[in-house]
Design a protein around this ligand. Structure first.
Ligand code: TRP
Length: 329
């Protein structure tokens, strides 16, 4: 059976782009594959986090993952830092990857430059070795398939290289994973700048639809979505990105083809209203479920610790094999 693993950072707020573009796929994958999903809090601290904030965001992320439909009885759902094998294997992999390989990672270069630009001098060593920890996340579970966004393609390629190098040095220990970059996942762009992906790091509160926004806020954001002035509804990303984005969101939330949906509309107003309504209908059960989970922290923590225990069973075996192969006593 195919083994799937993916991770999400417990920072920022989950938005519609995360949900339609990636997370929703996780919920269907759990039925088809043996799936592992984690909140990667160790990755989050590669940049400084407020401890209180990290704790509450991690709980919220776990509640959100369950609320969108990941079933802890079907998949293995856990918090990365609770499975200490991640840090342990990460060191072995840091000693397998080269300085030059890490230096070529575009995400490191981007993040390091961004921090430098914002006047923040401190760039942690962890930000640099981030890909070794990510490789550990994946290799610990013998994952064959790793659903990630296109921005993580380079990290996946590096994970494969690390695994191959380790295997050729020490014997066949790791499964070589493949990236599963969704080909048909909904394209969800920023409502204010439809040429860029909806993103929590973009800092565009009006263009980003939070999964936990109030229905009235969602309505307003769609009403103010940027379109164009010719009032012609067509699914055409090159010429009409704003309108196409609305059609894409409406299609993804109703299960219809955006191109066909375009025929039903002759004005932008009704399209915006219907897109907002479809989003609200799709996400309100998720909002209710998440609030319920966060209302009973004891039960939520119990679910989280069961997940960690399940993950540890698998991870411990891999670490034992890797350490044995490298010659540790
Ligand atoms: N680096 C990923 C991101 O920023 C998150 C991540 C950490 C991840 N470990 C992972 C994704 C393992 C897939 C598999 O999106």
């Amino acid at each position: 059976m195919t083994r799937v693993l993916s991770g999400i950072q417990p920072t920022g707020d989950i938005h519609l782009g995360n949900y339609l573009g990636a997370l929703r796929q996780w919920t269907s994958d759990q039925h088809a594959h043996d799936s592992f999903y984690c909140a990667v809090d160790l990755h989050a601290v590669t940049v400084q986090q407020d401890p209180k904030q990290l704790r509450s965001k991690t709980l919220e992320t776990m509640a959100t993952l369950i609320a969108i439909g990941l079933d802890p009885n079907i998949c293995t759902l856990f918090v990365q830092s609770q499975v200490h094998q991640h840090t342990e294997l990460s060191w072995l992999l840091e000693c397998t990857v080269s300085y030059g390989e890490l230096k070529r990672m575009t995400q490191f270069k981007d993040k390091a430059t961004k921090q430098g630009d914002s006047g923040q001098e401190h760039i942690s060593a962890g930000l640099f070795t981030y890909p070794a920890l990510m490789a550990a996340d994946i290799l610990l579970y013998d994952a064959n398939r790793v659903p990630v966004g296109d921005d993580q393609r380079q990290h996946l390629e590096l994970t494969r290289n690390i695994a191959e190098r380790f295997n050729s040095r020490y014997g066949n220990i790791f499964t070589i994973p493949e990236a599963a970059i969704p080909a048909v996942a909904a394209r969800v762009m920023d409502l204010q700048s439809p040429n860029v992906k909806m993103s929590k790091s973009l800092n565009s509160p009006q263009g980003t639809v939070g999964l936990f926004d109030e229905p009235s806020t969602i309505g307003k954001k769609f009403k103010r979505a940027v379109t164009d002035s010719d009032n012609d509804v067509r699914y055409d990303w090159a010429k009409k990105p704003g309108v196409s984005n609305l059609l894409s969101i409406l299609g993804a939330t109703t299960g219809k083809d955006p191109e066909i949906l375009a025929d039903d509309y002759h004005q932008y107003g009704p399209l915006k209203n219907d897109a907002a309504d479809a989003v609200i209908t799709a996400i309100s059960p998720i909002q209710v479920k998440r609030a319920e989970l966060l209302g009973d922290k004891a039960e939520l923590n119990r679910i989280i610790s069961v997940g960690a225990e399940k993950a540890r069973q698998v991870a411990a075996k891999t670490v034992a094999k890797a350490k044995e192969a490298m010659g540790f006593l």
